[in-house]
Design a protein around this ligand. Structure first.
Ligand SMILES: NC(=O)c1ccc[n+]([C@@H]2O[C@H](COP(=O)([O-])OP(=O)(O)OC[C@H]3O[C@@H](n4cnc5c(N)ncnc54)[C@H](O)[C@@H]3O)[C@@H](O)[C@H]2O)c1
Ligand SMILES: CC(C)=CCC/C(C)=C/C=C/C(C)=C/C=C/C(C)=C/C=C/C=C(C)/C=C/C=C(C)/C=C/C=C(\C)CCC=C(C)C
Length: 597
């Protein structure tokens, strides 16, 4: 890029009135490495295209001043309304929602493509999903189809393939349950396995529907924005009170009100474990209600071409809206000035500035790495008391000869063979997705993709010499594949034509998640969703989005967090209505409620 078409402007890093009122300096003010007597190190060095207003074109910082121009006394303000750190689905939804509201957004992504855990990679003719292939929120009805809505907001639509079975459970005591798309088929199958618990089953899943119907009736926006929240209470009082009632409750307690059979309670644990990595007693009832019903209401739908297409489409839509995304941009610091987040610094030294900064990195990474430890607000201390990092996972992506799968094999499987107590143990439960059952274009002809994963802590992989690390990878992968061969697909091992194993170290590296964590999980029994922080943080101008925000893990959950975040940020930068008095009251109340968790 030629520097000739850019002008360089220096902004003081410290100023009385905050960044938005800082002035560019004139060339004549530059003397050696000093500007009007102030060392360079005290200035942000920013480049912009000549002749283009600051708010409309990309700002690039450079290492040294080449030319200094700019109208003295002009209030140029920050270039961007928001910088988003990371392009996971949480970050992209926040970015696109803000962009369609008229904000100028810059997304900075460490990796070479967007998506994070919902990204993809291609090898030998296979397109692999990095993370989950179980897609909620992709239907064409209701208010909870948040992925469909996020894409539509930026003029995108993806063709999807309805999945007839959300998941096929293979559990101890030879309990096999298929979660059919049709609710009545699923419930009848479950009742046929536990006829003595018919009433309990209907009551537990009935409560889930109460929550789902309440959620599905609301227009989902930021619960931290009082004008919207009170408006919803006014329009849908019963639904809001229902949600408020369930907010501090967990699925396991409600299941125990109706169900006594220990195997059925363990089945409900497995249902919850899939979406929260913890058992039902530690899974918020609102989240359980959401996923245990949406799979029947909107259904699980797989995007043609793979999950990675969602992030790609959102990123394209973002650019269509006049916003920007920069890859290989590893944010190393959030820049704080006078207690306010004003921008970020990336690993090559460039700095970018905006009115607001939104971090899609986990809260542990945001407050442990991107900010100095001394900046840890009280609110984050509370979060870290209530939530810990869930373990990471071991993933195996395989290409297999198609003949090894029996006809009518389901797309998603959950395997826990003999012992319920191993549900939450590392390597205890196995998740398996075979997306080529739905979309054969993801693999070469005559082949299927098997995407296998199981929880695994980083500690198991740390400090191993490279050779031992490779040997361990092969050993553990072989054991997991052996279990699937025994339980589901005889001859599996000899049908493998491609195999790649990822460990917690792989996930830490490529997803930039502390310890490669799968997401937050409650340290003890939580009070439902009460302790989960929303998007604002204790630092003015800094917001978080993604799975360490309300409502937690899950692609649709982080999409909701993106919608909420964009609404709150838009209100704070004047793109949506806001009432400072009500804001102070509600944010104070929510902060206090979280301390009760
Ligand atoms: N991990 C999995 O395999 C998996 C599987 C299924 C579903 N999911 C779901 O996806 C959800 C995660 O979505 P999300 O949006 O919260 O986050 P994410 O982890 O998917 O995405 C975060 C993005 O931010 C980027 N990033 C992080 N730190 C950065 C930095 N300092 N500079 C620049 N970029 C940086 C990462 O590269 C990544 O692209 C999880 O809750 C999980 O439920 C994950
Ligand atoms: C404030 C006050 C006081 C009150 C208020 C009240 C109210 C109004 C409230 C409201 C609320 C709301 C709106 C809420 C919401 C929520 C939501 C939306 C939620 C969601 C959730 C979701 C989720 C959780 C999801 C998840 C998912 C997942 C995780 C998935 C996963 C998957 C996988 C892992 C795969 C599997 C695989 C195999 C099996 C193979």
């Amino acid at each position: 890029m030629s520097l000739g078409c850019y002008q360089t402007i220096l902004f003081p890093t410290k100023g009385k009135s905050g960044f938005s009122s800082w002035n560019p300096l004139k060339n004549s003010q530059l003397k050696g490495n000093k500007i009007s007597g102030v060392e360079f190190s005290n200035f942000h060095v920013i480049q912009r295209r000549k002749g283009i207003p600051m708010r409309l074109k990309s700002l690039l910082s450079v290492d040294s001043a080449v030319e200094i121009e700019g109208k003295e006394g002009v209030n140029t303000g920050s270039k961007y309304d928001a910088i988003v750190i990371g392009s996971g689905i949480g970050g992209l939804v926040a970015a696109t929602q803000l962009a369609v509201k008229g904000a100028k957004v810059l997304v900075l992504e460490k990796y070479v493509i967007p998506g994070g855990s919902s990204g993809y990679y291609q090898r030998d003719g296979y397109t692999f999903d990095v993370g989950s292939s179980v897609m909620f929120g992709f239907s064409d009805k209701g208010n909870l189809n948040l992925i469909t809505q996020a894409l539509a907001a930026v003029g995108r639509e993806m063709e999807v393939i309805p999945d007839p079975t959300t998941v096929h459970f293979h559990l101890p005591n030879n309990l096999s349950v298929q979660v059919h798309r049709e609710y009545s088929e699923f419930i009848n199958e479950l009742i046929s396995k536990f006829p003595h618990e018919k009433e309990g089953i209907l009551k537990f899943y009935g409560e889930c529907w109460k929550i789902f119907n309440a959620l599905n009736s609301l227009q989902l926006k930021s619960l931290e924005e009082p004008i919207y929240l009170f408006g919803q209470f006014f329009q849908k009082p019963l639904e809001c009170l229902t949600l408020a009632y369930y907010l501090p409750q967990n699925a396991g307690d409600i299941a125990r009100k109706y169900v006594k059979d220990p195997d059925l309670l363990s089945f409900i644990d497995a249902e919850c474990f899939i979406v929260s990595t913890v058992n039902a007693l530690r899974t918020p009832m609102i989240n359980a209600g959401m996923v245990l019903c949406d799979r029947h209401f909107g259904g699980i739908n797989y995007p043609v071409g793979g999950v990675g297409g969602i992030a790609k489409s959102l990123a394209e839509g973002l650019i269509d809206q006049g916003s920007e995304i920069l890859y290989k941009a590893n944010v190393t610091n959030i820049i704080i000035d006078q207690g306010k987040a004003v921008g970020v610094k990336i690993s090559d030294g460039r700095e970018f500035f905006a009115q607001t900064t939104i971090s899609n990195a986990t809260r542990w990474d945001t407050f442990g790495k991107l900010l100095k430890a001394e900046n840890l607000p009280k609110e984050e201390e509370n979060f870290q008391k209530v939530y810990v990092k869930a373990p990471s996972f071991l993933s195996i992506h395989m290409g297999v000869k198609a003949g090894v799968l029996p006809p009518d094999t389901d797309c998603h499987h959950f395997v826990l063979e003999d012992d319920w107590t191993r549900l939450e143990e590392p390597y205890g439960s196995i998740f398996l997705s075979i997306p080529t059952v739905l979309d054969s274009s993801l693999a070469p002809k005559g082949r299927h993709i098997l995407h296998i994963f199981t929880t695994s802590p980083l500690e198991d992989w740390a400090g191993l010499p490279p050779k031992d690390y490779e040997v361990k990878k092969e050993l553990i992968a072989d054991e997991i594949i052996g279990r699937l061969e025994k339980k589901l697909f005889p001859g599996l091992k000899s049908s493998i034509v491609f195999k790649e194993v990822g460990t917690p170290k792989t996930h830490r590296r490529y997803l930039a998640r502390d310890m490669g964590t799968y997401g937050p999980m409650p340290r003890q029994i939580p009070k439902g969703l009460l302790g989960m922080p929303f998007n604002t943080t204790g630092i003015s101008g800094l917001y978080c989005v993604g799975d360490s925000c309300f409502p937690g893990q899950g692609v649709i959950a982080v999409a909701f967090s993106g919608v909420m975040c964009a609404h709150r940020v838009a209100a704070d930068i004047g793109l949506e209505k806001k009432s400072p008095i009500l804001d102070a009251a509600l944010l104070g109340l929510l902060g206090w409620l979280r301390t009760l968790a």
